[in-house]
Design a protein around this ligand. Structure first.
Ligand SMILES: Cc1ncc(COP(=O)(O)O)c(C=O)c1O
Length: 394
């Protein structure tokens, strides 16, 4: 299987981890030798309820027996998609009331950027250095990491970059700006949180100049920071909210939400302002609805903050220079890239899944399922400390 994987399936790195998956359950993934791996990554924040959660699987199976794809987005009334959009609205500030469901995070970013342009009649888009918003051409244009996009130029024109948390840069947001797109917590950059009311200040500046604030919650959203959406921690409501990953409970999804007034612009001048065949797919929407219900109706969100404290208590070691992040979106900062690699690879050998961040080579990602138990946290952190004890930090 491994040689076929390498031969027939396109690879994007020279050294994929190449674990051959047999099945997965709860906080564990099993390989084809039936070795169990404790999952501290959750499919890169995409499985907030762990693997094969009975409510998600039940919702999928129930919908499978009714219908799959029946019509392109937005024409027919399909209960799972309607109920999902309604439940999102119920859990969001009143201005975020209307949701467009798409197939992936990057597509939701594309939709949000288009909406900002359409709503303001302006073309300039602003995002942050070291930002990651996806890999299609529009999202890549607002990616703040030149090395990974140079080869694909020309990309979108009229893009400017500001430095996250730098208040002086807010002057770059002007009456020419259609939208300012920021990750609520910068993910790929190293789990960097907004400081000193930064997001509030960005929003204020956007209001002053008539630009729209778009917050990318594809990673922090869906309970990971102890709130349903990260922005709830920072007293700032975006004009457009973008989500993905965890919303699908392990199924592919993206969504953007705004006021009904803004979203109605996608109906006219031009009509069909954003279209998709599979967005709002009934099986995926059913899985997302079950996930969202479970997260909003259980105590998983407050528990995420308690579990963060447990991680912080257990992960004390001279080689851990800092633990960044909030809730179950944590990054261990290592002294060097070499040590990061060593920790991730050796932990995998010991049956613990960790992962990298996109642009910060010294960070080790810890984003477990929200359902992870305290015993599992204690076990996984024990493995990390044991491995760190074997590493020469000099
Ligand atoms: C903050 C952020 N935005 C956008 C995306 C793109 O989402 P997708 O991979 O579903 O297109 C990601 C994916 O990692 C992300 O972390």
């Amino acid at each position: 299987m491994k040689s076929d994987f390498l031969k027939y399936q396109t690879q994007t790195t020279a050294h994929p981890l190449a674990m051959e998956v047999s099945h997965a359950n709860g906080s564990y993934i099993y390989d084809t030798n039936n070795k169990a791996y404790l999952d501290f990554v959750a499919g890169v924040s995409a499985t907030p309820l762990g693997h094969n959660h009975p409510k998600v699987i039940g919702a999928i199976k129930e919908q499978l027996d009714k219908y799959l794809h029946v019509m392109v987005y937005g024409e027919y009334i399909q209960k799972p998609a309607v109920e999902l959009a309604k439940l999102l609205a119920k859990n969001l500030p009143s201005t975020l009331e209307n949701t467009y469901l798409v197939n992936s995070g990057t597509e939701a970013i594309e939709g949000a950027l288009k909406l900002a342009k359409r709503a303001t009649g302006r073309s300039e888009l602003i995002s942050a250095h070291n930002a990651y918003h996806g890999n299609t051409m529009g999202s890549m244009s607002v990616m703040g990491y030149e090395e990974r996009k140079q080869a694909f130029r020309p990309l979108l024109p009229d893009i400017r970059f500001i430095t996250f948390n730098n208040e002086e840069d807010l002057n770059l947001i002007t009456s020419k700006t259609a939208g300012v797109l920021l990750e609520t917590i910068q993910g790929g950059a190293g789990f960097i949180q907004p400081e000193n009311g930064y997001l509030e200040k960005v929003k204020k500046r956007c209001v002053e100049v008539g630009a729209l604030l778009i917050l990318d919650e594809i990673q922090p959203g869906i309970g990971r920071t102890g709130k349903l959406f990260g922005f709830e921690n920072y007293n700032c409501v975006p004009d457009i909210l973008v989500m993905g990953k965890g919303l699908g409970g392990g199924m592919p999804i993206g969504a953007f939400t705004a006021s009904s007034k803004l979203m109605s612009l996608l109906q006219q001048n031009p009509k069909l302002g954003h279209i998709t065949t599979f967005g709002g797919h009934p099986v995926i929407a059913a899985a997302a609805l079950a996930t969202l219900k479970e997260i909003t109706e259980s105590n998983l969100m407050p528990l995420a903050l308690e579990k963060e404290q447990l991680f912080r208590k257990l992960l004390v070691h001279p080689l851990i220079k800092e633990i960044r992040g909030i809730g179950l979106m944590l990054a261990l900062m290592m002294p060097s890239e070499t040590i990061t690699n060593e920790v991730i690879l050796k932990c995998q050998d010991e049956g613990l899944i960790l992962f990298w961040l996109l642009f910060e080579p010294k960070a080790v990602r810890i984003t477990p399922p929200l359902t992870i138990s305290n015993d599992e946290i204690i076990k996984g952190c024990g493995i990390i400390i044991d491995i760190l004890n074997t590493i020469d930090g000099e």
